[in-house]
Write a protein that binds this ligand. Sequence first.
Ligand code: NDP
Ligand code: GUE
Length: 297
Amino acid sequence: MTEIIDGSAVAADVRAEVAERVETLESAGVTPGLATVLMSDDPASETYVSMKQRDCEEVGIEGIHVEIDADAPAEELYETIDDLNERDDVHGILVQLPVPDHVDKRSVLRQIDPEKDVDGFHPENVGRLVAGDARFKPCTPHGVQKLLEAYDVETEGADAVVIGRSDIVGKPMANLLIQKGPVGNATTTVCHSRTEDLDGKLADADLVVAAAGIPEFIDGSMLKPGATVIDVGINRVDADTEKGYALVGDVDYDSASETAGAITPVPGGVGPMTRAMLLYNTVKAAGIRHDVEVDLD
Ligand SMILES: NC(=O)C1=CN([C@@H]2O[C@H](COP(=O)(O)OP(=O)(O)OC[C@H]3O[C@@H](n4cnc5c(N)ncnc54)[C@H](OP(=O)(O)O)[C@@H]3O)[C@@H](O)[C@H]2O)C=CC1
Ligand SMILES: Nc1nc(=O)c2c([nH]1)NC[C@@H]1CN(c3ccc(C(=O)N[C@@H](CCC(=O)O)C(=O)O)cc3)C=[N+]21
């Protein structure tokens, strides 16, 4: 029987843990605050940011939201980040990606105070992660690790294939999987658009993390029987639904379920975990800033 890895359920557990830590902070006189910054008209980005704000409310984190016109000069975004860096009530800052083409993403990520960089995208935090001394693990790969832990998936010695090498998913995912320690010690292959023979690599993989952004391009016939499949992809495809679209992963769920040992659905898999780990990192940031022991790894 294929096990369904229920990201919504594990994310609810993480939020409950975060809510407890928020109480610890409150009793020390600290209300954690998360600022989300949106400079985009993309409807998907708007949806994600409003979900993040709702999550904050649920666990007792103060949500602060800033919207900037997508055609405003880049300086407006830099100034917003400077203000948020200075504010004592803001412990975490997330600039929703992608930013418009006229804004340099690298400069934006460098502008965020690394101690408030709850995405973990600032080069200082990337460096710490790679060095095995992470402060904020990027939310999606961290969420994947929590899922693997919750379902007792053995990564030690496993052959893992990560599909995608982006800075926000693929690279940090691979970095975490190769690290010594729990939910690590995997032998990890990172695949991308120039990879030759992806099929051959998948056929040997005990663990597949798919993050290419291509709707349902992996099917059951490509997988090793019993493999654990983590589908990070979230793709909007035209469908005759109320919203006019449906969400599908990078994996053809029905077909992959025939072969996989365990699999995450889309929606309800990695997505909710990404949001939960953002709350987690925000509470961690507030603990560091105010020297309150919140006991989060
Ligand atoms: N569940 C969640 O919480 C999150 C979901 N996502 C979703 O995950 C997906 C990936 O996101 P993100 O990493 O930001 O995307 P990017 O577009 O930044 O990266 C996609 C990666 O996939 C690689 N790729 C493209 N085509 C192929 C192919 N045919 N075979 C193998 N690799 C390929 C690209 O290679 P190359 O580098 O050569 O171009 C690139 O490295 C998207 O669907 C996104 O919506 C993203 C973040 C969070
Ligand atoms: N600075 C920054 N940090 C990010 O972490 C970041 C980002 N920019 N830009 C875009 C990607 C994408 N991402 C998602 C998070 C949650 C869901 C999510 O919760 N998905 C739900 C469904 C959502 C829906 O219904 O549309 C699910 O899969 O069940 C999806 C996507 C974070 N990202």
